[in-house]
Design a protein around this ligand. Structure first.
Ligand code: CA
Length: 222
């Protein structure tokens, strides 16, 4: 999952970027409104953390312009917790908000919930045969036994599982799993997929030649 964080306070931006990367997200950052709006419109982020008070274009205006083109889930960082700000944020198309100062654990929990809702799996639990993904705990179990995955393997599996029944292109995987500073070689995706098949079962991920990958849903034909 890939996030954009738009925040003009350097220390807060750095700590948000560090802590969300520790949570396993690919993270892009923007330190002012103009850069934030540009990046928000440019890429298909899984969620955007958007500060309200920004120099140049403020968070409300970014949200307004973003919503004309994209439905990316947005978590607003409001200066104070006032009913007026809450109403304005929710009316403006924000999906959630936290008021400053906030607790990082709460922010992470809200982000996870936002991404789960947007993916259509509000419980965060996906069962694929004998394999069970729990996004809140970031665990994958097979036949009731936890399976040790690298951060990249987990991120890839989670993305495919939350889009179960859909063909996920390699391009989409690059866009959602790697951030703007990542210079990973493309063949690494194949390595991660083959590791996942070894750990979770050969049939878990289907390859669509020339197109991408798919975790099949018994109820749909992708
Ligand atoms: Ca600010």
């Amino acid at each position: 999952m890939r996030l954009l964080i738009v925040e003009d306070e350097p220390d807060l931006l750095a700590s948000l970027a560090r802590s969300t990367r520790d949570e396993g997200y690919a993270v892009d950052t923007a330190a002012d409104g103009e850069e934030g709006l540009y990046k928000a419109l440019q890429s298909d982020y899984d969620a955007i953390v958007l500060d309200v008070m920004l120099p140049g274009i403020d968070g409300w205006e970014i949200l307004r312009r973003l919503r004309i083109q994209r439905r990316t889930p947005v978590l607003m960082l409001t200066a104070r917790d006032t009913p007026r700000d809450r109403v304005r944020g929710l009316d403006g198309g924000a999906d959630d908000y936290v008021a400053k100062p906030f607790d990082l654990d709460e922010l992470h929990a809200r982000l996870r919930a936002l991404i789960r809702r947007a993916s259509g799996h509000p419980s965060g639990r996906v069962e694929i045969g004998s394999v069970v993904l729990e996004t809140a705990a970031r665990t994958v179990a097979r036949d009731g036994q936890l399976v040790a995955l690298t951060a990249r393997e987990y991120a890839l599996f989670e993305y495919l599982a939350l889009h179960r029944g859909q063909l996920v292109t390699r391009t989409a995987l690059y866009e959602h799993l790697f951030d703007e500073d990542d210079a990973t070689l493309s063949n690494l995706l194949d390595v991660h997929v083959s590791n996942l098949r070894r750990k979770l079962g050969a049939e878990i991920i289907a390859t669509r030649r020339g197109h991408g990958y798919c975790i099949e849903d018994p109820g749909t034909t992708p």
